[in-house]
Design a protein around this ligand. Structure first.
Ligand code: ADP
Length: 610
C-alpha cells in the first residue's frame, strides 16, 4: 500500500492538506522532521500515515491524557491497532497492554513522557523494533513556553538508549523563535527538515462585537444556531459561573469548566460536552488543551483574552473538521482593565528575579496592547492575526466582520486634538479612562479628587460618545501619535508624532457607518448564514437525521459522536446521498473499516429518504 491508499483506506480522505505530504515523504526517507502547523491543520496524520508504512512501531510522546485517549479511540475506530500508556491504566491493564505491545499487536503507541524511562516500558522499548519516535506538542520541552513539562527533557535520553536510532518527528503549533530553538536542541533532532505551513485557517470567520450587551449577543447567536456545539470562554471563574447559570435558566444545554471545580465534575462536564449531551461549554482557559472535538462550530470569547497567541489557540478549537465555523470576540474596554489586573496578580513566575519578573510583565502588557488593537481595529481581522505571526497577506479577506462591514472615513481632527491637549495639559500623568472621562465630562468623584474636573478640556467633548473617544485614542496609539506605557497603571504619553496631528489636518479614521449600523449587522449575519448554506446542496433535514443515527451509535458504543463520523462526513453524505457501499466509501472521512462497521445504518436512512 502507498500513502494515498492508506489515506483513503483508514482515514477516508482523498487529498493531503498543505504540508502533510512533504512531511510524510521526508519521514519515509528516514530524515527527522520538525513540523510547525496551526491547531486543526492535521498534524496527527503526518505521523500516523508513515507509522503505518514503516516496518516497526511508532511511539508517540504526548503530554495530555485526554488527547491520547481520543487519538487512540479514533485510530481503533479506523481499524488501526493502537494503545496508550499513562496513569489512567490500572496496574493490571498496564501489564496486559505491555504484553500485547511486546507481541507487536500495536503499530502506534502513545505514551506520557514520564513513562519513557520507567523500567517496564524501557524494557519493552529496548527489545522492540521502533521505527519512529514522534513528539506531539513539542513546545512542552521549552522552558519558555507556557506548557513546559519537565518529562519532555527525558525524551532525548530515551532515544539515545534505543539500540537503533529511530527517525524522530516533532510537532507543535507554537512558532516563536525561542521555542523553536529549544525544541531543536532539547530533542537532539538530526538535520531535521523544518516544515512550517501557513497559519491561516480559511474556514474560520472572525468577528469582534464591541457594542451592546454581551449576554444578549450570546443568546442571539445561540438562538440562531440551536443545533451547534461550541465553547464560550470567560476570563474568570466567576464569569463562567454567571454566564453558565444564565444560559441554563434560558434553557440552553450548557455546562461549565474551570480550575475551581472538583476533578470529578470537570471530567463529567468535559465528557458531557464531548458526547454532545451539553453541546455548549462555558469555560476559563483551563479548558481545551488536548480537546480534539472536531465539530466545535463556534468559539465565543465573552472577554478579550490576554494575548493574540491565546486567542488564536482558543479560537482555533473551532472547525477542526474543516467545515465553516465562527470565532466571535465580545469586547468591552473593561476587559483591558481586568487583564491588566490579572497580569499584576500573576505569581506563576515566582522563581524569577525581580528584574526578570518586571521584564515578563512588561512583555505581557505589550501583548495585551496588541490584543486590544485587534479588538479595536477597523482593518481586516484575519490579516491582523496573520501579520502578528509574521505572515503577510492581503488586507481584505472578505471573511471577517470588518471586511463585511461598511466603513466610512470620518474626520476625527477635533477629537484627536482634544485628546493630545488634555494629555499635555494634565502633565502626561493619567491613563485612558481618566482622559476619556475628563473629555466627556464625567461627574465621577475620581476626577474631582485628581483635579481633572478643573482641567481646561473638561467636557470639551461632551457631545461625543465615550466609545468614540476611546476608539480614537486606540487609533492614535496604534498609529504612534500617542504612547501607552507598560506599567502596572498604564499612562498615556505624547510622542514625537503627537505634534504632527496639528499639522496634518484633517485627521481621518475609518469607522463603521453609524446610520447603517443595523443593516450592517444584519448583513454580517446574513453573509455568515449564507456561507453556511453555501456548503453546496446540503440537505439539512437529512443531515439532522444522520446526526441522530450518529448519536445512537455513539451512545451504544460509549464514544463521542465526532469519533463515529465528523460533521463534514455527515454533510458530505447528505449531499451525495450514496445508495451503495461503493458510493458510501467515496464520502469524505469514510474509510473501509468504518464503512463496514456503520455503512448499513447510514445507508438505510439515506435509501429511505424522500
Ligand atoms: P492538529 O493536531 O493539527 O490540531 P488534527 O490532526 O487533530 O489537527 O486534525 C484536525 C482534523 O482534520 C481532524 O478531524 C482530521 O481528521 C482532519 N484531517 C487531517 N488531515 C486531513 C485531510 N488530508 N483531509 C481531510 N481532513 C483531514
Amino acid at each position: 500500500m502507498d500513502k494515498y491508499q492508506i489515506l483513503k483506506k483508514y482515514f477516508g480522505y482523498d487529498l493531503f492538506r498543505e504540508g502533510q505530504e512533504e512531511i510524510i515523504d521526508t519521514l519515509l526517507e528516514g530524515r527527522d522532521v520538525f513540523g510547525i502547523m496551526p491547531t486543526g491543520a492535521g498534524k496527527s496524520l503526518c505521523y500516523q500515515v508513515p507509522a503505518l508504512l514503516m516496518k516497526g512501531i511508532t511511539i508517540v510522546v504526548s503530554p495530555l491524557i485526554s488527547l491520547m485517549k481520543d487519538q487512540v479511540g479514533t485510530l481503533n475506530q479506523a481499524g488501526i491497532h493502537a494503545a496508550f500508556f499513562n496513569s489512567t491504566l490500572s496496574a493490571g491493564q498496564y501489564k496486559k497492554a505491555l504484553e500485547f505491545a511486546k507481541k507487536g499487536t500495536y503499530k502506534i503507541i502513545y505514551v506520557a513522557p514520564e513513562r519513557l524511562l520507567l523500567k517496564e516500558f524501557l524494557e519493552f522499548a529496548l527489545q522492540s523494533d521502533i521505527s519512529m519516535v514522534t513528539v506531539d506538542e513539542a513546545h512542552c520541552v521549552s522552558q519558555w513556553g507556557q506548557d513546559f513539562r519537565p518529562g519532555y527533557l527525558k525524551i532525548a535520553e530515551f532515544i539515545r538508549m534505543l539500540p537503533k536510532r529511530p527517525v524522530v518527528s516533532a510537532f507543535t503549533a507554537t512558532a516563536t523563535r525561542e521555542v523553536k530553538e529549544d525544541v531543536l536542541a532539547a530533542l537532539e533532532l538530526q538535520k531535521p527538515k523544518m516544515i512550517t505551513t501557513g497559519f491561516d485557517r480559511k474556514n474560520l470567520f472572525y468577528q469582534v462585537i464591541s457594542k451592546g450587551d454581551k449576554f444578549t449577543e450570546v443568546m442571539h447567536y445561540l438562538v440562531e444556531h440551536p443545533t451547534e456545539s461550541g465553547i464560550i470562554y470567560c476570563l474568570t471563574r466567576k464569569i463562567v459561573e454567571e454566564v453558565c447559570e444564565k444560559l441554563l435558566q434560558k434553557g440552553i444545554p450548557a455546562t461549565r469548566y474551570h480550575a475551581g471545580l472538583s476533578d470529578y465534575e470537570r471530567q463529567k462536564n468535559q465528557d458531557d460536552f464531548l458526547y454532545d449531551a451539553s453541546p455548549v461549554m462555558v469555560a476559563t482557559n483551563a479548558f481545551g488543551m488536548g480537546i480534539d472535538k472536531s465539530n466545535v462550530r463556534f468559539v465565543i470569547h465573552y472577554n478579550m483574552p490576554k494575548n493574540i497567541e491565546s486567542y488564536y489557540q482558543e479560537a482555533g478549537r473551532a472547525g477542526r473538521d474543516g467545515e465553516e465555523a465562527n470565532c466571535i470576540l465580545l469586547y468591552a474596554p473593561k476587559d483591558v482593565v481586568l487583564n491588566q489586573f490579572l497580569i499584576d496578580q500573576e505569581t506563576e513566575h515566582d522563581v524569577l528575579t525581580e528584574e526578570e519578573m518586571k521584564l515578563v510583565k512588561e512583555r505581557d502588557r505589550e501583548r495585551l496592547k496588541q490584543m486590544t488593537f485587534y479588538c479595536t481595529t477597523n482593518g481586516c481581522l484575519r490579516e491582523f492575526i496573520l501579520r502578528y505571526f509574521g505572515e503577510y497577506t492581503t488586507n481584505y479577506c472578505k471573511k471577517c466582520s470588518n471586511c463585511l462591514t461598511e466603513f466610512e472615513e470620518i474626520d476625527i481632527t477635533q477629537i484627536a486634538q482634544a485628546i493630545i491637549n488634555c494629555v499635555k495639559s494634565s502633565g502626561q500623568r493619567f491613563g485612558m479612562t481618566v482622559i476619556t472621562d475628563t473629555l466627556h465630562g464625567s461627574q465621577s468623584s475620581k476626577l474631582k479628587q485628581n483635579g481633572m474636573a478643573e482641567n481646561k478640556y473638561f467636557a470639551s467633548l461632551a457631545n461625543v460618545p465615550v466609545y468614540r473617544i476611546r476608539q480614537v485614542m486606540q487609533f492614535l496609539s496604534y498609529q504612534g501619535y500617542i504612547f501607552v506605557t507598560k506599567d502596572q497603571y498604564p499612562i498615556v504619553k505624547l510622542t514625537e508624532e503627537s505634534k504632527e496631528l496639528f499639522r496634518q489636518i484633517p485627521v481621518m479614521m475609518k469607522a463603521a457607518k453609524e446610520v447603517e449600523k443595523k443593516p450592517a449587522d444584519d448583513k454580517t449575519r446574513k453573509s455568515r448564514n449564507q456561507m453556511k448554506s453555501n456548503s453546496a446542496g446540503t440537505d439539512y433535514a437529512l443531515f439532522e437525521e444522520l446526526r441522530k443515527v450518529r448519536m445512537e451509535i455513539a451512545k451504544a458504543e460509549k464514544i463521542p459522536p465526532y469519533i463515529v463520523f465528523s460533521d463534514k462526513s455527515l454533510r458530505d453524505m447528505s449531499v451525495r446521498k450514496p445508495k451503495t457501499k461503493e458510493a458510501f466509501l467515496a464520502v469524505n472521512g469514510v474509510g473501509e473499516h468504518k464503512c463496514q462497521k456503520y455503512g448499513e445504518r447510514f445507508l438505510g436512512v439515506i435509501k429511505n429518504w424522500k
